[in-house]
Ligand binder design. Structure first.
Ligand SMILES: NC(=O)c1ccc[n+]([C@@H]2O[C@H](COP(=O)([O-])OP(=O)(O)OC[C@H]3O[C@@H](n4cnc5c(N)ncnc54)[C@H](OP(=O)(O)O)[C@@H]3O)[C@@H](O)[C@H]2O)c1
Length: 335
């Protein structure tokens, strides 16, 4: 059996280019005792993948040159050897990488049920971005009814769920997104109270207009100037959650830090970083609660699915050029 895989070839400087990866094929080896062969159906495309390509100390080790590009995946067990905890036909999610097949000893794999939810959704609201939004807004930001929540990257995988959960909990939610289409979408389809188009107009003036009494929580997915603008409007005891800084990931110069940090002091506010992997032991609870919300119609799932491992690079770049809505996913298994 042939495996098509994307190897990481060269650390990018700025945006990844045609030299960053190489697509190759290999004949899959025979399975060893206890191993399973997974046929990938979907691969998750996440902004964090850009950070994993840098050779820098982080919350997870960098991808090594020559390795298969790291990515979240969901697929079906099609072979097994000897005693394993998975059977042929089981569906699993894990970190199988950008390839059509993956051999695994079963470690760090979660069994998922395609009858309960679309398989792709285990990479979105029921996967890593969903867990990030859930624990970020509930356990890190500790929202309470009546809070004013401002969230950036609001039409993205994490931001769109952050806003919807905050609405369920009785907050007033304002989302920052790029372009009229995304701004209308988060208001009309996701129930946000208001939106700010950061590509049009002045973000500081817009936050002042849309959050006239200030903000209790700023959930930051983008960093840079938008973080700086949000700091100006913190209310007393506000919480700023640093989830990501996508505006800075492809920077060729040094990262832009916030100038307006004294607002934290004046307002007795806090700023805190979060990493979703610290909550792995609680994922089951979050998956069950989010699934319930989906069934009740309180959460809208929004996935942008493209097809074909050969198109990986152009689809990956959609994370950074705004040309996608909701969770970006690559369908690997041909029809
Ligand atoms: N801490 C953790 O454990 C953890 C876990 C998962 C994700 N994250 C981080 O959370 C953030 C959101 O992730 P995601 O999965 O939701 O990604 P996503 O679906 O790609 O959404 C990110 C959004 O950011 C916006 N964006 C892109 N470049 C921007 C820029 N220069 N300035 C302002 N906005 C920009 C894009 O929409 P527009 O068209 O609106 O620009 C995009 O929809 C990322 O920073 C990611 O690294 C952190």
């Amino acid at each position: 059996m042939i495996n098509k895989k994307l190897l990481f070839k060269k650390r990018p400087y700025g945006l990844p280019d045609e030299n960053t990866w190489e697509l190759t094929e290999e004949k899959l080896p025979d399975l060893l005792e206890g191993e399973i062969l997974i046929e990938h159906e979907y691969i998750s495309l996440d902004p964090a993948m850009r950070g994993w390509m840098n050779e820098a100390r982080s919350y997870i080790k960098p991808i090594e040159i020559g390795e298969v590009m790291r990515a979240g995946s969901v697929g079906k067990v099609i072979q097994k050897s000897g005693k394993t905890k998975f059977k042929i036909g089981d569906h699993v999610s894990g970190w199988g990488g950008v390839q059509t097949h993956c051999i695994s000893n079963g470690e760090n794999l979660i069994k998922v049920d395609p009858l309960k939810s679309n398989l792709s959704t285990y990479l979105g609201v029921l996967g890593m971005p969903g867990m990030t939004a859930y624990f970020g807004i509930l356990e890190e930001a500790k929202i309470k009814e009546g809070d004013v929540v401002l969230v950036s990257g609001a039409a993205g995988a994490v931001g769109s769920l952050v806003g919807q959960i905050a609405k369920i909990k009785g907050c007033t939610v304002v989302g920052i997104a790029g372009g009229e289409k995304k701004c209308n979408y988060i208001k009309d389809n996701l129930g946000f109270d208001n939106s700010i188009d950061y590509k049009k107009g002045n973000v500081i003036k817009e936050i002042k207009k849309k959050c006239p009494n200030g903000i209790d929580v700023y959930f930051d997915n983008v960093g840079g100037e938008i973080l700086d603008a949000a700091l100006i409007f913190l209310r007393r005891n506000a919480r700023v959650i640093l989830c990501g800084a996508i505006s800075q990931y492809n920077n060729k110069e040094s990262i832009k830090g916030p100038k307006n940090y004294l607002s934290l002091l004046v307002n007795r506010a806090s700023i805190k970083g979060m990493i979703v992997f610290d909550y792995v032991h609680k994922y089951e609870k979050a998956i069950s609660e989010i699934s319930g919300w989906i069934e009740e119609g309180k959460i809208t799932v929004n996935e942008d699915i493209y097809e074909g491992i050969d198109n990986f690079r152009s689809i990956f770049l959609k994370l950074f050029n705004g040309d996608k809505m909701g969770k970006l996913i690559l369908k690997i298994k041909p029809k």
